[in-house]
Design a protein around this ligand. Sequence first.
Ligand SMILES: [Fe+2]
Length: 271
Amino acid sequence: MSHTSSPASRLRPGTGASSQDEINAEIVAIEADAAARVAAGGSPELHPRRDYAPYRSSLLRHPTHELVRIDPEEVERVSPAFGHTDVNSLESDLTIQHAGEPIGERMTVGGRVLDGEGRPVRHQLIELWQANAGGRYVHKRDQHPAPLDPNFTGVGRAITGDNGEYSFTTIKPGPYPWKNHVNAWRPAHIHFSLFGNAFTQRLITQMYFPGDPLFALDPIYQSIADADARARLVGQYDHSLSVPEFSLGYRWDIVLTGPKSTWMEGEDADE
Ligand SMILES: [Fe+2]
């Protein structure tokens, strides 16, 4: 009688790779530990632990030494400079960058960038990058067998307005596999970067979509132990942002500081 391997074992990317069940158990244990600390009088964990084991590579690439203080002015001498006139308003539309229309569910994503007091953060460079509707990035490291879309690059940028508002026209990205563990899939998401007033202030985060069935399984989304803080990464369907006969609208406000701030990731994360 011949041995037949299970689908899961056939897809196993390498010896020692964990199962989704093992990852889930680690996620649940860390969240329970964080909740116990809050119950004992500690603060909610609004940001991921640096050693967040379910997200395997986080163990290898977080800082292990104290921060090195540097002269911010010296950094500015060798950093890219962005003038307001460098950003064209058409760059916020990811559906018009090629000869044809990209495939996928067209969407308008908009909101406001706010500080911890609810004040608008005006005239800020905000950048976005994402996978296409099939969950594929235009990047040499993304070789999973979903099609590239010749009409979609997946990058855009804009400057926030007088009320901190921004708006992008794009298509809804698909979920995609990654090799954190066996059968690991990222929920659909859009990466955002905010430059602030100086190069040293750059912040990066991700926006998700409501009701994604992969939330509970994703160690990046779950790396924030506090459920309310996680929920602030989820954009909400907003019919007032939907454009008749054209796109579905999602609203996502980004809060830079304070207890309601949007989580921002470390510099090396790239999933
Ligand atoms: Fe991504």
